[in-house]
Design a protein around this ligand. Structure first.
Ligand code: ADP
Ligand code: MG
Length: 247
């Protein structure tokens, strides 16, 4: 186990999630086991209702599994109370959503450093300079979000997710609101963060082009793992999705 947790940034072991009870019970995840290697970029795909969001929420400690374990490094999330879990989410996990969720009244700089301020931590100025440079918004730090394009706003959200040096960056449809050219640029940025900084990224998407930016793709169907692809291309991802639809 010790070697595993050194290798894996995030581990799910037999994760099962049942919503509701009795006749109304829905099994959203049905025994999923996955290890995300440090520095890997993994996409999760599957038909609507296959459990993608539940998978991400369990991985993030936003939802507690009905059975099984989730480990961030060697920390078992199931062993943490709500306060510790909130601290872990703030300090060790970064989130990027489809909607950028920036605060309109704050400048770009203030938006990026907000999670640190909430956690009572100071921004490391060298790291802050490096990430705003890398995501390409260094010249926009004093602007308000409304003065930026959608792609720029998502870059700000990515910088905000990275500012605390998270062990894992979790992204839920991060390019879902962007046009295809801007989406490609944001995906290239995520891939660059993985390849040059060793950032671990887990991204849920329904878009085969987005998924092909990752090192590998996990497919979910009916709450179960239904295959993986490494070195994905949009065509191979789409073909696998079509097969899932036929099952
Ligand atoms: P996806 O993101 O792949 O569309 P979800 O993880 O959102 O799938 O949902 C998986 C299944 O669990 C679906 O059948 C969904 O209706 C159900 N589900 C998700 N969240 C809840 C909830 N809070 N209460 C009840 N059922 C839920
Ligand atoms: Mg979903």
């Amino acid at each position: 186990m010790e070697t595993l947790t050194r290798t894996y940034a995030l581990t799910l072991e037999g994760v099962r999630k049942v919503y509701g009870s009795g006749d109304g019970a829905v099994t959203a995840l049905d025994g999923v086991s996955v290890g995300l290697a440090r520095g890997s970029f993994t996409a999760v795909m599957g038909p609507s209702g296959s459990g993608k969001s539940t998978f991400l929420h369990c991985a993030a400690g936003l939802d507690r599994p009905t059975a099984g374990r989730v480990l961030l490094g060697d920390t078992d999330l199931g062993g943490l109370g709500e306060t510790k879990l909130t601290e872990l989410r703030r300090g060790r996990i970064g989130f990027v959503f489809q909607a950028y969720n920036l605060l309109p009244a704050l400048t770009v700089r203030q938006n990026i450093t907000l999670p640190l301020r909430l956690a009572g931590r100071k921004a490391d100025q060298r790291w802050l300079s490096e990430i705003v440079e890398r995501v390409g918004i260094a010249s926009r730090l004093d602007h308000r979000p409304s003065e930026l394009s959608g792609g720029q706003q998502q870059r700000v959200a990515i910088a905000r997710a990275l500012v605390g040096r998270p062990e894992v960056l979790l992204a839920d449809e991060p390019t879902g609101a962007l046009d295809s050219r801007t989406a490609r640029q944001v995906l290239e940025l995520l891939r660059t963060l993985v390849d040059s900084l060793g950032q671990t990224v887990l991204m849920v998407t329904h878009d085969p082009v987005a998924a092909s930016a990752a090192h590998s793709v996990l497919f979910l169907a009916d709450g179960r793992l239904a295959g993986t692809l490494s070195h994905p291309t949009p065509d191979r991802v789409a073909a696998h999705m079509t097969r899932l639809g036929e099952w």
